[in-house]
Design a protein around this ligand. Structure first.
Ligand SMILES: [Zn+2]
Length: 411
């Protein structure tokens, strides 16, 4: 029985942790290598995994090679690579959602299950079954809703380098995510592509129509992949409609599960530039109804009952001609969710919330609103309360003594 002792010293918890930190972008590869090297020097006999990590980049002598070596020696990745898509002589890299989902299902089932709580699917569709969105969706007539997993698409621009400087460079990011996941936020969002904002406007000129013409080709590729997700099978045609004759074509992506694009989310700028939705300063600024710029704050206005259905939206909004996503099953203006975090100025929350409380306490005269709030916090196990807010701040003058005494009692 020769040499059975080697086994326990193979795996290293520290190496595993360090590689994880690097992969999540929380630590540089060089930092991880340095820590591993110091740990190996300190330890009497370090595990092999840690030794291998310490040796990458010629033991840190060539820092520029550390990441390359790390990928070669430590990380066995079974995920698809982003594909090069040539649009108007410019290469765009797209990580196709259907390829990622199939790979997660095949190779990382735990991760897939964390991303999609499959047992939640039926409940999700049951929760939304009375919405206009669901009634308009082809899924509503199907009996296999429990196998349909809802996903969302999120687009946003973000500064990438020289943040805050005049030479700042931004990119527009597109990602997708599960809507029934239980894992951390960063586990649920998967990047599809990043496009240099500057590159797009410089390379293509400033004309929005020209940009959109190019983006239309880009969306065709994204929509092609999302259509495969909806079918739940590997594509039988390429994005241009040419037949694909590979072995996988037509076979299930994820054991018969399929993915429903349920939400399109982005800020108003992205919605306008990339999806062709109305500009917020238009006379008809809304994607969901026929409100006008002059009456959208009039809550008794005609727009209140003029919400579009799919047919009206198709007739009124030109977005379907701009963005191929709107040709996907069940996808229309109603799929676009206004993203509150992106359509307001930072710092307005306090006024917004105060207005809600004002309406409750003064207009609707719900005198026990604060108790209701406390009950809500307790029921939902909310840990972050408004600590400095008191009922008495909102009570009308003639009720202030009354509410103050109530405030003191439970404390
Ligand atoms: Zn509206």
């Amino acid at each position: 029985m020769p040499k059975r002792k080697a086994a326990p010293s193979e795996r290293s918890k520290l190496a595993n942790y360090l590689v994880g930190q690097v992969c999540w972008g929380l630590m540089s590869a060089v930092q991880a290598q340095t820590i591993a090297q110091l740990a190996v020097e300190d330890a009497e006999e370090a595990p092999n995994e840690l030794k291998r990590l310490a040796k990458v980049g010629s033991s840190g002598q060539c820092p520029q090679n550390v990441w390359r070596d790390l990928k070669r020696s430590m990380i066995a990745v079974h995920l698809p690579e982003p594909q090069d898509v040539l649009i108007e002589n410019e290469v765009y890299k797209i990580l196709y959602p259907h390829e990622v989902l199939a790979s997660l299902y095949q190779n990382y089932r735990d991760m897939f299950n964390a991303m999609f709580d499959v047992t939640e699917a039926a409940r999700f569709w049951d929760d939304v079954k009375n919405t206009k969105m669901f009634r308009e969706h082809p899924l509503s007539g199907r009996s296999d809703q429990a196998r349909a997993l809802p996903i969302g698409l999120h687009g946003d621009g973000a500064p990438v380098s020289a943040k805050g400087k005049t030479w700042q460079k931004s990119a527009d990011f597109l990602s997708f995510s599960s809507l029934i996941g239980s894992g951390a936020h960063r586990l649920l969002h998967i990047i599809i592509s990043a496009v240099w904002t500057l590159g797009l406007s410089q390379f293509l000129g400033e004309s929005l129509d020209e940009k959109r013409r190019v983006m239309q080709q880009y969306w065709k590729h994204v929509a092609w992949s999302l259509h495969a997700c909806w079918l739940g099978t590997w594509p039988t045609e390429d994005p241009e409609g040419n037949p694909l004759r590979n072995q996988a074509a037509g076979k299930p992506l994820a054991g018969g599960l399929f993915f429903v694009l349920w939400v399109l989310q982005a800020d108003l700028e992205f919605q306008h530039n990339f999806w062709g939705l109305p500009h917020w300063t238009n006379n008809l600024p809304c994607n969901r109804c026929g409100c006008t710029r002059d009456d959208f704050l009039n809550f008794n206005g005609p727009w209140v009952s003029s919400g579009y259905d799919k047919k009206t939206w198709n007739a009124r909004c030109k977005a379907a001609k701009v963005c191929a996503l709107f040709a996907l099953a069940g996808c229309w203006g109603g799929t676009v969710q206004p993203d509150l975090m992106h359509t307001k100025y930072l710092g307005v929350d306090q006024y917004f919330l105060a207005s809600v409380i004002f309406v409750l306490a003064r207009v609707k005269q719900i005198h026990n609103w604060f108790e209701l709030l406390e009950t809500y916090w307790k029921d939902r196990q909310v840990t972050s309360h408004f600590r400095s807010m008191k009922d008495s701040m909102w009570a009308p003058k003639d009720r202030q003594g009354e509410t103050d005494s109530r405030q003191q009692a439970p404390a």
